[in-house]
Write a protein that binds this ligand. Structure first.
Ligand code: SAM
Ligand code: SF4
Length: 333
């Protein structure tokens, strides 16, 4: 395929057409692998404003980005989320706006999010057992979150995924629960291998599991691996003729995982992270606020282009290098 000079491409030929945009690092849950002691605010700070968000999304769109995923912390804690969705969706070139959420207020707000232009949701559900769910997140909200997903289906949100982090302590033996659930639900359940973070070393050492076991169980039960397009990200996906839903596997510790990397990340403080585990972010805020909106977008485009030469071939999680990432609520996973 010919390279478009306006695209973001790194020196390894990877194209970046997908932006994960964090809009807050605040969260109301205390998932044991992410914020086990709940959210702690260490320094005063201001999250990206709607104007800054419009400028950063426009800059990415000029460079070929088509899909934005809004994440956090918990993005639904921002009262202006509908306006943010609307601004992302109104940006020329952006064809899909997705949201990653713990789902705490989905039931009440999904109609408004859809009306604002939301196309897709990922909801984190690490166990389908209500007691275990409460133990993991600190909240007895599983049924309410499932109602939110049902509402999203009812109003026609087409792409619904459920994220479950694989951990020995809570869900390694629950594949059958998820399979029973997706038998009649057009939902993709994605198992994510637990990643080590700066604050999560002990939990990681006690709980990390490879997704390979899940993959082998699926293949043995007649599930088939979906052949990926060249622009798809690193997830592996499986389908089965008897199931309406699908299973995905995200295995960042597997060989060549980073080869299909297609995403860049912006933190809620306006830093560009070339990798989830980069050792620092590149501050875009002065560019995002310089002069007229057109000038701000132009400056940001320049910065983004020049940053690409620093993208490394792979994370170094296998060497236990977690970069600046203390927990994934900082950046949105
Ligand atoms: N609060 C929202 C949520 O939970 O969906 C969005 C932010 S959360 C950081 C994004 C995703 O990262 C969630 O699916 C979460 O389960 C996942 N995650 C958090 N910490 C992780 C870790 N150490 N390893 C793997 N996935 C993790
Ligand atoms: Fe909050 Fe999401 Fe982290 Fe859970 S995974 S603590 S919901 S940011």
């Amino acid at each position: 395929m010919l390279e478009d000079k306006h695209e973001l491409v790194d020196k390894f030929g990877r194209r970046f057409n997908y932006l994960r945009l964090s809009i807050t690092d605040v969260c109301n849950f205390s998932c044991s692998y992410c914020l086990p002691n709940g959210y702690q605010c260490d320094t005063p700070r201001t999250f990206l404003t709607q104007t800054e968000i419009t400028n950063v999304v426009s800059a990415f769109a000029k460079l070929g980005t088509k899909k934005i995923r809004i994440t956090g912390g918990e993005p639904c804690l921002r009262k202006d989320l509908p306006a943010i969705i609307e601004r992302c969706k109104a940006t020329s070139g952006i064809t899909e706006v997705a949201l990653t959420t713990n789902g705490f207020n989905l039931f009440d707000n999904i109609d408004e999010y859809k009306a604002a232009g939301l196309d897709a949701i990922n909801v984190s559900i690490d166990s389908l057992d209500p007691n275990m769910f409460k133990l993991i997140t600190g909240h007895d909200k599983l049924q309410h979150i499932l109602k939110g997903i049902a509402r999203a289906q009812q109003i026609g949100i087409k792409r619904i995924k459920v994220n479950a982090v694989l951990a020995k302590a809570f869900n390694h033996n629950q594949l059958k629960d998820y399979l029973a659930w997706i038998k009649h639900q057009a939902v993709t359940v994605r198992f994510i291998e637990l990643m080590e973070t700066g604050n999560g070393t002990q939990f990681f050492e006690q709980n990390h599991l490879s997704g390979q076991g899940v993959k082998e169980s699926l293949l043995a039960a007649g599930w088939l691996q979906v052949v990926k397009g060249t622009l798809n990200g690193p997830a592996q996906e499986f389908w089965h003729p008897d199931y309406q839903g699908r299973i995905g596997l995200i295995m960042p510790y597997s060989k060549n995982f980073c080869q299909s990397c297609n995403r860049l990340r912006i933190s809620a403080l306006g830093k560009l992270h070339l990798c989830l585990f980069a050792d620092q972010g590149i501050d875009l805020r002065s560019a995002l606020n310089c002069g007229t909106p057109e000038q701000a977008v132009e400056q940001t485009v320049k910065l983004l282009r020049s940053a690409m030469s620093n993208k490394t071939i792979s994370h170094e999680l296998d060497k236990r290098f977690t970069g600046a990432t203390k927990h994934l609520a900082m950046l949105g996973g």
